[in-house]
Ligand binder design. Structure first.
Ligand SMILES: [Zn+2]
Ligand SMILES: [Zn+2]
Length: 166
């Protein structure tokens, strides 16, 4: 998504609304993938000569459960803001790390939006809060039923007996 900023870039107080859909379907980021196109809507405002971007992105994400490794699809929404400045205002060696620079009068938003989505995605995902995970012994998904393994913690009294017979 490329936005033409020429109508706002030199005029303090001007605003530009935008919306659209982005396709990130090929991206797989730490077990998270995009099931639907990302719907984005936002506004870029010229505030005292610098451009401030505010946007909201909505999408359907597919997570892998941390405990049972099942796939779960979830609605995800995040909002973010960025400050944009013209490339010619960049001072070599004194760049502001919070500012994104653009060349000419247009800006490519895909990467900015994708980066903001990735940092907002929670690191831990469970298919449900009481997910029972996989049996550490046989690997069965315990949400689907018990397995035949004896996974009770060993009784510490037997450890003492074990030591006596060592
Ligand atoms: Zn799970
Ligand atoms: Zn088992």
């Amino acid at each position: 998504m490329i936005l033409d900023l020429s109508t706002i870039v030199n005029i303090d107080g001007k605003k530009l609304d935008f919306d659209g859909q982005l396709d990130f379907s090929g991206i797989d980021e730490q077990g998270v993938s995009f099931v639907s196109p990302v719907s984005v809507c936002g506004r870029i405002s010229n505030i005292g000569g610098s451009l401030e971007l505010a946007a909201t992105a909505k999408m359907q994400l597919r997570f892998e459960c941390d405990r049972c490794l099942d796939s779960v699809d979830e609605e995800f929404e995040c909002s973010f803001e960025e400050v944009l400045k013209k490339e010619d205002e960049r001072v070599e060696g004194a760049e502001n790390p919070d500012v994104l620079y653009f060349k000419g009068n247009s800006i490519e938003l895909d990467e900015i939006i994708l980066n903001n989505i990735i940092v907002s995605i929670p690191l831990k995902h469970l298919c449900k809060t009481d997910c029972r995970g996989l049996c550490p012994n046989c690997g069965k998904n315990l949400n689907l039923g018990e397995c035949d393994c004896d996974t009770r913690p060993a009784d510490p009294r037997f450890d003492i007996l074990d030591k006596l017979f060592e």
